[in-house]
Design a protein around this ligand. Structure first.
Ligand code: HEC
Length: 464
């Protein structure tokens, strides 16, 4: 009975969609001669090229290109819908709460322009007014790298339409400890590579003979414990102890340009022997067998810098406990808090909210000793797929004696379409929570000890 009903519903949906498409094609083909009319060339192309094309082109994750008039007019109605409901461009942070570098948000005015343009019949306009079509290279955005570290062989991805979340290591050995100014991740398979967050393992020279030993790629879900996976990858020193791990040294999300802090800020040492370690590299589903061979472009620089950045990790695996402990019973929607007392003034640069599939809302702010609230980030509709690292437009000062509060809400009901279990099960942090089906509630902050005038330093610079 249920399947007949869904089948009928599906058929009705197909018919409605078909009628809507016919009406829309007619709507789009009416011409409009008014002088103030909204045209693709003058009004719409600049919006699309800036906000959509970086992902909607052949070398990125968007399911179709949005580069030409034809590309856009063909899907005009759908584009009006996904922009009006702010499904696209994907940008989970609430822009009425806080702002960040390279925000991907359309203004209300831009959304209205798109809507009107579609209603007026998708006028092309004067092609001489059309801005140049953006060109996207699959190469470096930062210049010629000093060093390239590439996956030693392509990783084969089966055409089974499943998402993959893997651990991966890219070991290296160089002549001497070297200061790095920037790292850029270049996906080999830019259609499937959805997200990557990389750390760096620094081995003391004598403590590990061969950094190239061990598996380079593992699926942690196939191991009883995370430690077993690490052992298979031979991440430890020869004596079994673990090397220093520098967190969040590089990350990747489609359509995001590598960011670079102003002169004198950031960067770190790369030890003679080490490995980049991708704690979560996420490939989207593929219907065909394919592969990926990604690389890191490394840019050296003079160092050490005056102001190396520091990381503060709150919540899961971090310095501040989660209250109550992160256990989400089945059929419940539950909110958790983690808070941290800031003992000396700091300047925040970049923040990274992190939850898995059950995440629903994320909200972080600080309360200064004088009682005023410093907004950090509010995500009203958590989307697991868009785990941005949010860099503030200017550094944000958190004065000594403040407390940072982070609230996370998780939905473990069967109404959550991303719930991996039906019926829902108790979900918690477990064994480092490297599996997507376990949960995490984490807030990672990159910061500096505060110096006067920090709040006026712009972080919008890019290396060219
Ligand atoms: C950061 C990358 C990114 C940006 C920027 C982006 N998209 Fe997308 N878009 C995607 C991906 C990935 C999908 C596939 C569906 C999904 O993952 O939600 C998609 C899907 C779509 C769809 C299909 C939706 C559906 O229901 O099937 C439309 C239409 C669309 N995008 C339009 C746009 C428009 C218009 C813009 C700019 C205003 C834009 N996108 C910006 C990545 C992006």
């Amino acid at each position: 009975m249920k399947s007949i009903l869904t089948f009928t519903l599906k058929r009705i949906r197909v018919i409605v969609f078909f009628i809507a498409s016919v009406l829309f094609i007619q709507a789009c083909s009416t011409t409009n001669e008014k002088s103030k009319e909204i045209t693709f060339a003058k009004d719409i192309a600049p919006i699309i090229y800036k906000n959509c094309s970086p992902c909607h082109q052949k070398n990125s994750v968007g399911p179709f290109p949005l580069l030409s008039y034809r590309d856009v007019a063909k899907r005009a109605k759908m584009i009006a819908t996904v922009t009006a409901n702010r499904y696209m461009p994907p940008w989970p942070a609430d822009a009425s709460y806080s702002h960040f570098v390279d925000e991907k948000i359309l203004s209300n005015h831009e959304i209205e322009l798109i809507d009107k343009w579609v209603k007026e019949g998708c006028v092309m306009g004067d092609s001489s007014e059309l801005p140049a079509t953006p060109v996207f290279s699959n190469g470096s955005q930062l210049g010629i790298p000093d060093l390239v570290i590439k996956m030693d062989k392509p990783y084969k991805i089966k055409g089974d339409n499943l998402d993959r979340f893997l651990l991966m290591k890219l070991p290296y050995e160089i002549q001497r400890d070297t200061f790095i100014r920037a790292i850029e991740f270049i996906p080999g398979n830019s259609k499937l590579l959805h997200h990557m967050n990389g750390e760096m393992l620094r081995y003391e020279f004598d403590k590990k003979k061969n950094v190239f030993d061990g598996e380079k790629v593992v699926d942690v879900a196939e191991f009883p414990t995370v430690k077993d996976a690490y052992e298979k990858m031979k991440l430890a020193n020869d004596d079994g102890s673990y090397p220093i791990m520098k967190l969040s040294v590089t990350n990747f999300l489609p359509g995001v340009l590598p960011n670079l802090y102003p002169e004198g800020i950031g960067g770190f040492f790369m030890s003679r022997k080490g490995a980049f370690f991708f704690k979560d590299i996420h490939y989207g589903p593929s219907p065909i067998d394919t592969s990926d061979q990604s690389q890191l472009n490394i840019f050296f620089g003079p160092g050490p810098l005056k102001r190396p950045t520091l990381e503060l990790q709150m919540g899961t695996l971090g310095v501040s406990p989660i209250v109550p402990p992160l256990i989400i019973p089945p059929d419940s929607v539950k909110t958790f808090l983690t808070s941290y007392y800031v003992g000396t003034s700091i300047s925040l640069l970049t923040i990274n909210p992190h939850m898995h599939l059950l995440g629903k809302k994320f909200w972080a702010f600080a309360i200064a000793p004088a009682g005023d609230t410093i907004p950090l980030i509010k995500i009203n509709k958590w989307d697991f797929r868009w785990q941005y690292f949010y860099t503030f437009k200017k550094m944000v000062k958190i004065p000594e004696g403040s407390t940072i509060y982070v609230y996370g809400t998780f939905d473990n009901t069967s109404q959550n379409p991303l719930n991996p279990f039906h019926p829902p099960r108790t979900i918690s942090e477990r064994d480092g929570s490297m599996r997507t089906t376990d949960e995490m509630f984490q807030f990672i902050i990159t910061y500096l000890p505060y110096e006067p005038n920090d709040e006026n330093i712009s972080l919008e610079g890019k290396l060219k």
